[in-house]
Design a protein. Structure first.
Ligand SMILES: O=C(O)c1ccccc1NCC(=O)[C@H](O)[C@H](O)COP(=O)(O)O
Length: 220
Protein backbone atom coordinates (compact mmCIF):
# COMPACT_ATOMS: atom_id res chain seq x y z
CA UNK A 1 0.00 0.00 0.00
CA UNK A 2 1.43 3.37 -1.10
CA UNK A 3 0.62 6.79 0.33
CA UNK A 4 0.60 9.57 -2.26
CA UNK A 5 -0.07 12.27 0.33
CA UNK A 6 2.27 12.14 3.30
CA UNK A 7 4.98 9.73 4.29
CA UNK A 8 4.47 8.70 7.92
CA UNK A 9 7.48 8.56 10.23
CA UNK A 10 8.20 6.22 13.10
CA UNK A 11 11.15 7.24 15.26
CA UNK A 12 12.54 4.09 16.78
CA UNK A 13 14.85 3.17 19.68
CA UNK A 14 13.27 5.82 21.92
CA UNK A 15 15.03 5.42 25.27
CA UNK A 16 13.74 8.22 27.52
CA UNK A 17 10.88 10.64 28.05
CA UNK A 18 13.17 13.39 26.77
CA UNK A 19 13.68 11.57 23.45
CA UNK A 20 9.95 10.83 23.22
CA UNK A 21 9.12 14.52 23.69
CA UNK A 22 11.69 15.57 21.09
CA UNK A 23 10.38 13.11 18.50
CA UNK A 24 6.81 14.21 19.23
CA UNK A 25 7.66 17.91 18.94
CA UNK A 26 9.42 17.39 15.60
CA UNK A 27 6.43 15.61 14.06
CA UNK A 28 6.82 11.85 14.54
CA UNK A 29 3.71 9.77 13.82
CA UNK A 30 4.90 6.85 15.95
CA UNK A 31 7.49 6.02 18.59
CA UNK A 32 9.35 2.71 18.71
CA UNK A 33 10.28 1.04 22.01
CA UNK A 34 12.71 -1.84 21.62
CA UNK A 35 12.24 -4.78 23.99
CA UNK A 36 14.83 -7.44 24.90
CA UNK A 37 16.77 -8.48 21.77
CA UNK A 38 19.54 -11.00 20.99
CA UNK A 39 21.66 -8.11 19.62
CA UNK A 40 21.48 -4.40 18.84
CA UNK A 41 22.01 -1.04 20.53
CA UNK A 42 18.45 0.26 20.91
CA UNK A 43 16.95 -1.78 23.78
CA UNK A 44 14.97 -0.03 26.54
CA UNK A 45 13.66 -1.77 29.68
CA UNK A 46 9.95 -2.61 29.94
CA UNK A 47 9.40 -0.25 32.88
CA UNK A 48 10.86 2.72 31.02
CA UNK A 49 8.91 1.72 27.89
CA UNK A 50 5.65 1.67 29.90
CA UNK A 51 6.45 5.12 31.29
CA UNK A 52 6.99 6.49 27.77
CA UNK A 53 3.78 4.86 26.50
CA UNK A 54 1.79 6.45 29.34
CA UNK A 55 3.20 9.90 28.50
CA UNK A 56 2.66 9.72 24.72
CA UNK A 57 -0.22 11.90 23.50
CA UNK A 58 -2.69 11.06 20.71
CA UNK A 59 -2.55 10.68 17.77
CA UNK A 60 0.92 9.16 18.07
CA UNK A 61 1.18 5.39 17.96
CA UNK A 62 3.44 3.48 20.33
CA UNK A 63 5.17 0.46 18.77
CA UNK A 64 6.52 -2.14 21.18
CA UNK A 65 9.19 -4.21 19.46
CA UNK A 66 9.29 -7.78 20.67
CA UNK A 67 11.57 -10.68 19.85
CA UNK A 68 9.16 -13.04 21.60
CA UNK A 69 7.66 -15.63 19.26
CA UNK A 70 5.11 -17.48 21.39
CA UNK A 71 1.63 -15.97 21.74
CA UNK A 72 1.68 -16.09 25.55
CA UNK A 73 5.04 -14.33 25.79
CA UNK A 74 4.03 -11.67 23.25
CA UNK A 75 0.81 -10.96 25.18
CA UNK A 76 2.70 -10.82 28.50
CA UNK A 77 5.13 -8.32 26.95
CA UNK A 78 2.28 -6.14 25.67
CA UNK A 79 0.58 -6.18 29.07
CA UNK A 80 3.81 -5.03 30.75
CA UNK A 81 4.35 -2.14 28.33
CA UNK A 82 0.83 -1.12 27.29
CA UNK A 83 1.77 -0.03 23.75
CA UNK A 84 -1.03 0.20 21.19
CA UNK A 85 0.98 -1.61 18.50
CA UNK A 86 3.04 -4.80 18.64
CA UNK A 87 5.96 -5.02 16.23
CA UNK A 88 7.07 -8.63 15.72
CA UNK A 89 10.74 -8.55 14.74
CA UNK A 90 11.08 -12.30 14.22
CA UNK A 91 9.08 -14.91 12.31
CA UNK A 92 6.06 -16.36 14.11
CA UNK A 93 3.73 -19.36 13.66
CA UNK A 94 0.91 -18.81 11.14
CA UNK A 95 -1.88 -18.65 13.75
CA UNK A 96 -0.14 -15.97 15.85
CA UNK A 97 -1.91 -12.94 14.28
CA UNK A 98 -5.41 -14.39 14.79
CA UNK A 99 -4.61 -15.39 18.36
CA UNK A 100 -3.18 -11.97 19.20
CA UNK A 101 -6.17 -10.20 17.68
CA UNK A 102 -8.55 -12.40 19.66
CA UNK A 103 -6.72 -11.79 22.93
CA UNK A 104 -5.93 -8.08 22.36
CA UNK A 105 -8.63 -6.73 20.00
CA UNK A 106 -7.58 -3.08 20.31
CA UNK A 107 -3.92 -3.74 19.58
CA UNK A 108 -2.46 -3.66 16.07
CA UNK A 109 0.20 -6.10 14.89
CA UNK A 110 3.06 -5.14 12.58
CA UNK A 111 5.24 -7.87 11.08
CA UNK A 112 8.89 -7.12 10.32
CA UNK A 113 10.28 -8.70 7.16
CA UNK A 114 14.08 -8.73 6.99
CA UNK A 115 14.70 -8.25 3.28
CA UNK A 116 17.49 -10.53 2.09
CA UNK A 117 16.25 -11.58 -1.37
CA UNK A 118 13.19 -12.03 -3.62
CA UNK A 119 11.84 -14.83 -1.42
CA UNK A 120 10.86 -12.20 1.12
CA UNK A 121 8.07 -10.98 -1.18
CA UNK A 122 6.10 -14.19 -0.59
CA UNK A 123 6.92 -14.11 3.13
CA UNK A 124 5.53 -10.55 3.35
CA UNK A 125 2.33 -11.30 1.46
CA UNK A 126 1.73 -14.41 3.56
CA UNK A 127 1.99 -12.37 6.78
CA UNK A 128 -0.66 -9.99 5.39
CA UNK A 129 -2.94 -12.87 4.47
CA UNK A 130 -2.56 -14.31 7.96
CA UNK A 131 -3.61 -11.04 9.62
CA UNK A 132 -0.69 -8.62 9.99
CA UNK A 133 -2.08 -5.05 10.12
CA UNK A 134 1.06 -3.54 8.58
CA UNK A 135 4.54 -4.59 7.42
CA UNK A 136 7.92 -3.12 8.25
CA UNK A 137 10.79 -3.94 5.91
CA UNK A 138 14.14 -4.01 7.69
CA UNK A 139 17.74 -5.14 7.17
CA UNK A 140 18.35 -7.70 9.91
CA UNK A 141 19.51 -11.27 9.45
CA UNK A 142 17.54 -13.81 11.50
CA UNK A 143 19.61 -16.70 10.06
CA UNK A 144 22.77 -15.78 12.02
CA UNK A 145 23.74 -17.76 15.13
CA UNK A 146 23.13 -14.60 17.15
CA UNK A 147 20.13 -13.20 15.33
CA UNK A 148 20.17 -9.63 14.01
CA UNK A 149 16.58 -8.42 14.25
CA UNK A 150 17.02 -4.70 13.57
CA UNK A 151 19.02 -1.62 14.41
CA UNK A 152 21.75 -2.57 11.91
CA UNK A 153 22.17 0.83 10.20
CA UNK A 154 22.32 -1.06 6.88
CA UNK A 155 20.30 -0.48 3.72
CA UNK A 156 18.84 -3.55 2.00
CA UNK A 157 17.69 -4.26 -1.58
CA UNK A 158 15.06 -1.56 -2.17
CA UNK A 159 13.91 -3.22 -5.42
CA UNK A 160 12.54 -6.10 -3.36
CA UNK A 161 10.96 -3.61 -0.94
CA UNK A 162 9.31 -1.80 -3.85
CA UNK A 163 7.75 -5.07 -5.04
CA UNK A 164 6.34 -5.66 -1.56
CA UNK A 165 4.89 -2.13 -1.38
CA UNK A 166 3.23 -2.61 -4.79
CA UNK A 167 1.64 -5.90 -3.80
CA UNK A 168 0.71 -5.30 -0.17
CA UNK A 169 -2.86 -4.42 0.80
CA UNK A 170 -1.71 -3.05 4.17
CA UNK A 171 0.63 -0.12 4.98
CA UNK A 172 4.34 -0.82 4.53
CA UNK A 173 7.08 0.96 6.50
CA UNK A 174 10.64 1.06 5.16
CA UNK A 175 13.51 0.74 7.67
CA UNK A 176 17.21 0.01 7.59
CA UNK A 177 20.05 2.49 7.23
CA UNK A 178 17.88 5.52 6.49
CA UNK A 179 19.40 8.96 7.15
CA UNK A 180 19.02 12.56 5.91
CA UNK A 181 21.36 11.77 3.00
CA UNK A 182 19.36 8.90 1.48
CA UNK A 183 15.77 9.43 2.62
CA UNK A 184 14.54 11.22 -0.54
CA UNK A 185 15.98 8.47 -2.72
CA UNK A 186 14.39 5.87 -0.44
CA UNK A 187 10.95 7.47 -0.81
CA UNK A 188 11.30 7.81 -4.58
CA UNK A 189 12.58 4.24 -5.02
CA UNK A 190 10.25 2.37 -2.67
CA UNK A 191 7.26 4.69 -2.20
CA UNK A 192 6.46 3.31 1.26
CA UNK A 193 3.51 4.33 3.39
CA UNK A 194 5.94 5.16 6.20
CA UNK A 195 9.59 5.28 7.23
CA UNK A 196 11.29 3.94 10.33
CA UNK A 197 14.62 5.27 11.53
CA UNK A 198 16.92 4.60 14.48
CA UNK A 199 20.68 5.09 14.05
CA UNK A 200 20.49 7.67 11.24
CA UNK A 201 19.16 10.39 13.57
CA UNK A 202 21.43 9.58 16.54
CA UNK A 203 24.85 10.77 17.71
CA UNK A 204 26.72 8.65 20.26
CA UNK A 205 23.50 6.70 20.78
CA UNK A 206 21.36 9.73 21.62
CA UNK A 207 18.55 11.17 19.52
CA UNK A 208 20.10 14.20 17.78
CA UNK A 209 17.76 17.17 17.34
CA UNK A 210 19.63 18.58 14.34
CA UNK A 211 19.72 15.27 12.48
CA UNK A 212 16.08 14.57 13.26
CA UNK A 213 15.02 18.04 12.14
CA UNK A 214 17.00 17.65 8.90
CA UNK A 215 15.36 14.26 8.32
CA UNK A 216 11.85 15.56 8.97
CA UNK A 217 12.39 18.64 6.77
CA UNK A 218 13.37 16.38 3.87
CA UNK A 219 10.14 14.45 4.18
CA UNK A 220 7.59 17.15 4.93
O1 LIG B 1 17.96 -1.06 17.71
C1 LIG B 1 18.04 -2.21 18.09
O2 LIG B 1 18.87 -2.57 18.93
C2 LIG B 1 17.12 -3.24 17.57
C3 LIG B 1 17.42 -4.56 17.78
C4 LIG B 1 16.58 -5.55 17.33
C5 LIG B 1 15.41 -5.21 16.67
C6 LIG B 1 15.11 -3.87 16.42
C7 LIG B 1 15.96 -2.89 16.86
N1 LIG B 1 15.74 -1.56 16.58
C8 LIG B 1 14.51 -1.03 16.17
C9 LIG B 1 14.23 -0.87 14.76
O3 LIG B 1 13.26 -1.41 14.28
C10 LIG B 1 15.07 0.07 13.95
O4 LIG B 1 14.42 1.29 13.89
C11 LIG B 1 15.26 -0.47 12.55
O5 LIG B 1 15.89 -1.70 12.67
C12 LIG B 1 16.09 0.49 11.72
O6 LIG B 1 17.32 0.73 12.36
P1 LIG B 1 18.42 1.62 11.66
O7 LIG B 1 18.94 0.83 10.50
O8 LIG B 1 19.45 1.82 12.72
O9 LIG B 1 17.75 2.90 11.26
Amino acid sequence: MQSPFRTRVKICCISSLKEARLATRLGADALGLVGRMPSGPGVVGDERAAEIVAATPPPLATFMLTSETTVDAIIAHQLRVGANTIQLVDAVAPDTYALLHAALPAIKVVQVIHVLDERNVDEALEAVQLGADALLLDSGNPTLAIKELGGTGRVHNWQVSRQIVEQSSVPVFLAGGLNPGNVRQAIDSVQPFGLDICSGVRTNGHLDEQKLEAFMNLIR
